[in-house]
Structure formats: structure tokens, C-alpha cells
Design a protein around this ligand. Structure first.
Ligand code: PLP
Length: 452
């Protein structure tokens, strides 16, 4: 830090404060984690200075042999960990990975036949007239994905995101009674809408998805099944999600982030079958510029970690902890979307405490518990205020907390939310929530002799 402090002390201070915050607060954001020192060190080094557009062994810049080494290693570990035919590790983020995947499917399904019909191999060689026809065809394609309020992600066709502009989009939701995915409803929507891409995967759905059934639906309507496993990739790597719940054997294309439950550096990745590999590898220059060699080095390290047996133990502990957290909350009377969890996340409907998601998020933060507000299905408060708080266990599990501590965390959450609810924010409720939490923690520390 002293090296940074010599140049810009405020950055050094912010980094130091961030480390303190992440150590002292309870990190319950379902999409966050703590990467290992090996991963962080692989990311913070001279690889950052290198340009390497292209793919392994076929670069548009000289001097890329070391980048080739780390990119090939990251892809090899990814193929091994997930049992995938092909891995593309260049995307800078989950959004980039999804864009690469959308264009790969479009290019395989729309561009390739159009090029063949025009008798050319490269898009650049198309006549103006054929290019205009092709562009019109791209814009005509349909995507069916999970709706945002049911737990889907912005990139699954939500209007303000580019995916909602690239595609004519429709979404499927969850059953209003149970909150669970209704595969018959997905099938009916797919039959009627006939999408080119059926997207499965989520950011805030606390249950498992049967990808075998989703592939059946995709096949029936001639769609490509794309699974965005950004949130639960760690559970797939750790072999907690297997059989029908492992997306890799079922989907033609799978995207992920590398920084959530997978516990790697911030970044994205695409896995696919052989038929899509050459289209996915065109991510640069189709969507991406130069890859981030330092991040690919860190992906190689994190994926090597994810291939070790202890990562399986970690992944199982994430799910055990989430279940314990949900049970602890339910026992204290909290209202949970779908009534519980099967994965790493829990969605609390805080209307049960008389709060909006925004009020609950603020009260918890003031008490040192970091969460994020989230819509619940058919949320009456909209996407800004929301009625939900999404929590997840990947980060606290990395810190070594187990199921007994999860029950205490459930107690802390309930204490703060009840206190905030008893005295609304406008009347100083947040300070009261903090005061009540401090007293509750002091009581627990006295009881257990621990400093949770
Ligand atoms: N896909 C899903 C399912 C996500 O939850 C997220 C992150 O929130 C993304 C994609 C986007 O990832 P990133 O923030 O790295 O672009």
C-alpha cells in the first residue's frame, strides 16, 4: 500500500478501508465472495500491461507466448472442472459472456446459412444488399428468458439492457402460489413464441432448475438452450449440482461469471459444445477488444482451486449454510420467497416486517450487515424500492462460518428487521435498529465468548 500511497494516498486509504469493511461487516450479498490470495496475486501483476487480441496461438500482437500459456491453462481447467467440450475464458464480465453467447448463437443459426446462401465465407465479404438482409434477420430473432421479478437477470432480455433491444423478448415467471418454476408454463410459452434462444439461469431464484427438462422444451421448439450459471457455477464445479441440475451436459451453451460462488477473479466465461466453439471464439473482435491477461491468469488459478476436492466440501457447505439460514429465519417468523432454499441464496420478503427492500437494506447496513434489496415476484414496490432482501452464503462460508453460526446470523437479521420495523426509518428507526443489534450482539458474545 505504501507504493500506492506515494502516488495517490486517497486510493491507498480506500483500499485499506475496503479490506477493513469486508473483514468487519457480515457480507451476505449472494453474488460476492472472497477470492484466495493466490487468485488475487495472479491478477495484480505485469500481465495487465500486455495486449493479446485474438485467441491462443493466433494473435494480432507479437509477444503473446505467456498470455497463450495462461489462457490455455484457464480454458483447460474450465473444461476439466465443468466437463465441457469447449471453454472461452476471455469475457471481462458476465454481461460480456452473455453477449458473446448471444452473438455465437445468432452467428451459428442466422449468419452461417446466410453466408452460405450468398456464397461467401466472411461477413465482411457480403454485398451491401445481403448485409442489410442479414441485419434485418438478426433483429427479428426471439429470446425467451426468466422475468426479472421472478429472479432472472437483466441480460436475459430485459428492455433497458442491450439483450432486450437485440431480441424480440418474452419472459416466463414462477407459479404465483408456490413461487416455483412451472415447466408446463415455460413449455406453453415456448410453443407459442418459438424463440431462437431459450435462456435458463437466474440471479435471485432460491431453488434448483431442471436443465434436462429445459433442454427438452428447447428441442421441441427448435431453440438453442443457453444457461447462465453465473450465480451457481461454484455449486456445479463442486459437484453439488449434478444430473438434471448440472447445466453443462444439457445446454448447448453455458455462460458464467467467475467471481461469485466460483470464488475467482471478476470476469466471465463461456462453455459450449463443439458446434458452437468457432462462433464463441469470435467473441474478440465481435464483442470484446483485448483480453485481460492478468484476469485470465487469475481464472486459471481459481479454476485449479475449484478442481480440488476441498472445493467440493466448500460448495456443499454453502448449500448447508443457506438451508440453515433459511430455517433460522423461518423459525423466527420471516417470510421467504418459495418458503426456503435449495441453493446458495435466500430471498426474504420484508413486507412481512412492514418494510420495503430499500429500508431493510439500509437498516441492515447500518448494523454492519451487507445485503442487497431485490424484487420479489410480482413486486408491488417496483425494482427501485422492492419488497425483498436477497442474501447468500458463499462469502460467509469462505470465512469458515458453519450452520450453527448461520442460526445466529438469522437471529441478527431478524433482530434488525424487527427493530427497523418497530420504528420506521423516518422516525430514527435505523439508529434504533443499530442500537438493538449492538445489544443483541453483546448478549450473544457474552453467552458464547465469541466475537461473531
Ligand atoms: N448473469 C447473472 C445471472 C448475474 O447474476 C450477473 C450478475 O449480477 C451477470 C450475468 C452479470 O455479471 P457481471 O456483473 O460480471 O457483468
Amino acid at each position: 500500500l505504501d507504493v500506492i500511497r506515494d502516488v495517490e494516498p486517497r486510493v491507498a486509504d480506500a483500499i485499506a478501508q475496503e479490506v477493513t469493511d469486508q473483514r468487519e461487516m457480515l457480507k451476505l450479498i449472494a453474488s460476492e465472495n472472497y477470492a484466495s490470495p493466490a487468485t488475487l496475486l495472479a491478477m495484480g501483476n505485469w500481465f495487465s500491461d500486455k495486449y493479446a487480441e485474438g485467441t491462443v496461438g493466433r494473435r494480432f500482437y507479437a509477444g503473446c507466448r505467456n498470455v497463450d500459456t495462461v489462457e490455455a491453462l484457464a480454458a483447460e481447467h474450465a473444461r476439466t472442472v465443468f466437463g465441457a467440450a469447449h471453454a472461452y475464458v476471455q469475457p471481462h464480465s458476465g454481461i460480456d459472456a452473455n453477449l458473446v453467447a448471444f452473438w455465437a448463437v445468432l452467428s451459428q443459426r442466422v449468419e452461417t446459412p446466410a453466408l452460405a446462401a450468398a456464397g461467401v465465407r466472411q461477413v465482411n465479404d457480403l454485398s451491401e444488399q445481403d448485409w442489410a438482409r442479414l441485419r434485418a434477420e438478426f433483429g427479428n430473432q426471439r429470446m425467451l428468458g426468466m422475468s426479472l421479478d421472478a429472479g432472472g437477470h437483466l441480460t436475459h432480455g430485459f428492455r433497458p439492457n442491450i439483450s432486450g433491444k437485440m431480441f424480440d423478448q418474452r419472459s416466463y415467471g414462477t407459479d404465483p402460489e408456490t413461487g416455483l418454476l412451472d415447466y408446463d408454463a415455460v413449455r406453453a410459452a415456448a410453443r407459442e413464441f418459438r424463440p431462437l434462444i431459450l435462456v435458463a439461469g437466474y440471479s435471485a431464484y432460491p431453488r434448483l432448475v431442471n436443465f434436462r427438462l429445459m433442454r427438452e422444451i428447447a428441442d421441441e421448439v427448435g431453440a438453442t438452450l443457453m444457461v447462465d450459471m453465473a450465480h451457481f457455477a461454484g455449486l456445479v464445479a463442486g459437484k453439488v449440482l449434478t444430473g438434471d441440475f448440472d447445466p453443462v451436459p444439457h445446454a448447448q451453451i453455458v455462460t458464467t461469471t467467475t467471481h461469485k460462488s466460483l470464488r475467482g477473479p471478476r470476469g466471465g466465461m463461456v462453455l459450449c459444445d463443439d458446434s458452437l466453439a468457432e462462433h464463441v471464439d469470435r467473441g474478440c473482435p465481435m464483442v470484446l477488444g483485448g483480453p485481460l491477461p492478468h484476469v485470465m491468469a487469475a481464472k486459471a488459478v481459481a479454476l485449479a482451486e475449484a478442481g480440488r476436492p476441498e472445493f467440493g466440501t466448500y460448495a456443499q457447505a454453502i448449500v448447508d449454510n443457506a438451508r440453515a439460514l433459511a430455517e433460522g429465519l423461518l423459525r423466527r417468523g420471516a417470510k421467504l420467497v418459495t418458503g426456503g432454499t435449495d441453493n446458495h441464496l435466500v430471498l426474504i420478503d420484508v413486507s412481512g416486517y412492514g418494510l420495503t427492500g430499500r429500508q431493510a437494506e439500509a437498516a441492515l447496513l447500518e448494523a454492519g450487515i451487507v445485503t442487497n434489496r431485490n424484487s420479489v415476484p410480482r413486486d408491488p414496490n417496483g425494482a427501485w424500492y422492492t419488497s425483498g432482501i436477497r442474501i447468500g452464503t458463499p462469502a460467509l462460508t469462505t470465512r469458515g462460518l458453519g450452520t450453527a453460526e448461520m442460526d445466529e446470523v438469522a437471529g441478527l437479521l431478524d433482530t434488525v428487521l424487527s427493530a427497523a420495523s418497530a420504528a420506521p426509518a423516518a422516525k430514527g428507526g435505523l439508529s434504533k435498529a443499530k442500537h438493538v443489534l449492538d445489544a443483541a450482539v453483546a448478549e450473544q458474545v457474552a453467552k458464547r465468548g465469541s466475537d461473531l
